[in-house]
Design a protein. Structure first.
Length: 375
């Protein structure tokens, strides 16, 4: 299902009133708007461009005349698209500087739309579902992290702002659903936008605060992922040798009681995990290392289970041996005092001895469950 952008209606108080805020751009700015047509990446080249370098982004404004025109001109390299002259030259320069710091952010500025619903549907779905937009990936994790903001300085519905985002911002709670609800009521990101407004910031400043909040969460996520990957690999690298030492000592005492773990296979997996970590494929490193850690844990449990069962069986057989000895002594005294005869005077001592011997034999054979049952 194609996603629609999260939207919010902006009253005049939201963006501020007056030419100082929304004033027309100077002729110098209007003349400098780039007319370059940029083409989006197609499906065949999508994976080749997944980890495109940030310095390939261009923040020079690209002018457009209609919703379909901006969709046609959209590319992952161009971050800023402008219809009309909604910002002053200084504000436009500020907007460009802000975007340079946030290469996964895109801004579409619209001076006026006579039918903002149709306009925004075309823009948000056309850009949002394009290969170019979906090729915007986090350089560390490879996850889709693009976000595009459509700002309507005037329309048939007044001033409005829309957000469209991809999987990583959405997953981290700083995506389009966290901008505004379906009725346009402020959610987390729009509240950030409005706080910036209340602090007297202009449009580039308000958007910058939103960008910082989105990318701040992404940066924390990536840092945590890198840490988790490094810790998982290091844990695997330390736990495998410890198990090797434990198994070697255990196997000397109890040869072949537990199958030898797949140490060579685990070492190969850890080498692959380390290579993934070095290549920045952090989730892959975590998955491979955790697979080894889980297998090591299972092997340790098998050894511990054997040792625990052995200890329990040994304890029970030992108790049976002591009890039988004590019972035989008591029986001898009883028979001396009262003579043999009956169940009390002539118990099945031979049967007890045979059962104890079977328990001892089961212990030597490693059949601890049988030994415990007989004891």
């Amino acid at each position: 299902m194609k996603k629609l952008a999260g939207a919010a209606a902006l009253g005049l108080t939201v963006l501020g009133v007056g030419a100082g805020m929304i004033g027309a751009a100077s002729p110098a700015y209007a003349d400098s708007i780039s007319q370059t047509q940029a083409t989006g990446a197609n499906s065949a080249s999508l994976m080749a461009n997944i980890l495109r370098a940030n310095q390939n982004r261009d923040t020079n404004p690209v002018s457009f005349s209609s919703a379909q025109d901006v969709v046609n001109k959209f590319s992952a390299e161009q971050q800023l698209y402008v219809k009309g002259n909604p910002l002053t030259a200084s504000e436009m320069a500020q907007m460009q500087n802000v975007l340079k710091q946030h290469p996964n952010m895109y801004v579409v500025l619209i001076d006026y739309a006579s039918n903002y619903e149709d306009f925004d549907y075309t823009v948000s779905t056309g850009i949002g579902n394009s290969d170019a937009f979906q090729s915007v990936r986090n350089e560390e994790t490879g996850e889709k992290e693009g976000a595009v903001f459509m700002v309507y300085f005037d329309s048939n519905g007044g001033r409005k702002i829309f957000m469209r985002s991809e999987e990583l911002p959405d997953k981290l709670g700083v995506g389009e659903e966290n901008f505004a609800d379906e009725y346009g009521n402020p959610a987390r990101l729009l509240r950030t936008f409005l706080r910036a407004r209340d602090q007297g910031k202009n449009m580039p400043g308000m958007l910058e605060d939103v960008f910082k909040e989105v990318n701040g969460e992404i940066d924390k996520y990536v840092a945590n992922l890198k840490t988790s990957a490094s810790e998982a690999v290091h844990r695997g690298e330390s736990e495998v040798p410890r198990l090797q030492d434990r198994y070697r000592d255990f196997n000397k005492q109890h040869p072949n009681a537990v199958p030898e773990p797949n140490f060579s296979g685990w070492q190969t997996q850890l080498q692959e995990a380390k290579a993934a970590l070095d290549a920045g494929q952090f989730q892959q490193a975590i998955d491979k290392a955790n697979g080894v850690i889980s297998a090591v844990g299972a092997a340790n449990q098998a050894i511990s289970g054997y040792e625990q069962t052995l200890a329990t069986a040994s304890q029970l057989v030992g108790q049976a041996e002591r009890s039988l000895g004590q019972d035989k002594d008591a029986l001898g005294k009883f028979q001396k005092d009262f003579g043999k005869g009956g169940q009390i005077g002539s118990p099945d001592v031979k049967g007890w001895e045979d059962q104890l011997k079977r328990a001892q034999d089961a212990m030597r054979a490693g059949d601890f469950d049988t030994a415990k049952s007989l004891a």
